[in-house]
Design a protein around this ligand. Structure first.
Ligand code: 2IP
Ligand code: CA
Ligand code: CA
Length: 374
């Protein structure tokens, strides 16, 4: 299934192109950022467009993977539904059509007839992406498509994507917010056990060409299945013993912030936007752990980066399960079973919160100061 990995890298790059086009092309950008103060229909329309970028990307990924691997078609899911209601209350099913022209016509019906915007989007959807440099030659992945399912978050950290603040990233440093937090996440799991086995992350706004060539992206990937553990990132060297660093959501509970400030010290407790970006920070060694005490992330947020962490020897565990058991055994997140007692997106929430880590010996150190506090 190295073919699948190469395909996911390509569709993630296409997704990143769509995300960039929505910010680069004036007719689309205006839709993305303008907050009209007019009537409700107008407000709803702007809201529609933000959701449409997500829906379109997810459908494009689903379409491209489904064509190449039909056995997977019914097991490709994500944050969005392709049923879309436009500002006029009409319901449209967003699909990728056989031709660019047909896709443009369909999208125009969602965009209140705006064929200019719809054509720009359709072009990005049907365009072949630039070829991806990824060292996957010789990689064999002993899995078959009929065993696998996929979780997609077409754009994670949407709020940062819309706000659009530009940062010049520096190697080895975590930047708490900005466009670089927006990520395309595609995770593959085993239908039988729910283990994450492959992940692709595309960061569409990694680097802005100072010569005016626009934004360039960066991709990350990992495969973890049986004895095969391969990742685009190298295992970061262990930091000096004793100093543990953690990244949290800025909206994390005060009790967790206090407990981890005592453990890590104020300099090693960091905050960042985007669930995917925070796990990416752990993957890159910019933080040792990401701790989240609430069920505010979903399977599509964690599946892809979880696979990369596993390939590096780490993982993602359910925080509340760890607090209940001393060993943390059986606490690793899985991706195949919904919480049947819940409705809608909540069925797929990581409801017990999470701890993402590269080194499992750090879990007990993180858990200890949180015991009895949550
Ligand atoms: C969100 C996004 C948020 C995150 C939240 C996710 O996904 O990653 O940034 O909150 O948990 O569900 P926070 O940044 O506080 O960690 P989306 O942007 O796709 O809705
Ligand atoms: Ca998300
Ligand atoms: Ca999203």
């Amino acid at each position: 299934m190295a073919d699948l990995l190469r395909l996911l890298l390509r569709v993630a790059e296409k997704a990143a192109n769509v995300a960039r086009v929505c910010r680069q092309e004036a007719p689309l950008f205006q839709l993305l950022v303008q907050e009209k103060t007019g009537d409700d229909k107008n407000k709803k329309f702007v809201q529609d467009f933000k959701t449409l970028a997500d829906v379109v990307i997810q459908e494009m990924i689903r379409h491209d993977v489904g064509v190449k691997f039909p056995e997977m078609a019914d097991f490709i899911n994500g944050e969005e539904s392709n049923k879309f209601e436009n500002g006029l209350g009409e319901s449209v099913t967003v699909t990728v059509c056989a031709t660019e022209e047909d896709t443009a016509v369909l999208l125009a019906s969602v965009l209140d007839g705006d064929l200019t915007a719809a054509s720009l989007l359709a072009r990005a959807i049907h365009q072949d992406p630039a070829s991806i440099q990824a060292d996957t030659d010789g990689l064999t992945v002993p899995l078959s498509p009929s065993e696998l399912g996929i979780w997609i978050d077409p754009i994670d950290a949407t709020s940062q994507y819309i706000e659009g603040r530009e940062e010049v990233l520096e190697e080895g440093r975590l930047f708490p917010s900005g466009l670089h937090c927006a990520l395309v996440l595609i995770g593959v799991y085993l239908r039988s056990t729910g283990e994450p086995v492959m992940g692709v992350i595309n960061q569409p706004f990694n680097y802005k060409d100072p010569a005016g060539g626009g934004w360039k992206g960066k991709h990350f990937w990992g495969v973890s299945c049986g004895s095969i553990n391969v990742c685009s990132e190298t295992r970061p060297k262990a930091g000096p013993a004793g100093g543990l660093s953690a990244v949290l959501s800025s909206s994390e509970k005060p009790v967790v912030k206090e407990a981890l400030t005592s453990l890590c010290g104020p300099d090693k407790l960091m905050f960042a936007s985007g669930a995917g970006y925070k796990i990416l920070c752990v993957i890159q060694g910019l933080a040792d752990v990401y701790v989240l005490s609430e069920g505010s992330t979903f399977k599509w947020d964690s599946c892809a980066p979880h696979a990369l962490l596993r390939a590096l020897g780490g993982g993602v565990v359910d925080l509340h399960k760890c607090l209940q058991s001393s060993s943390g055994a059986e606490a690793e997140l899985t991706y195949h079973q919904p919480r049947t007692e819940c409705k809608g997106a909540d069925r797929w929430a990581n409801h017990g919160g999470l701890v993402a880590y590269r080194d499992c010996s750090q879990i007990s150190r993180i858990i200890a100061p949180l015991k009895g506090k949550l």
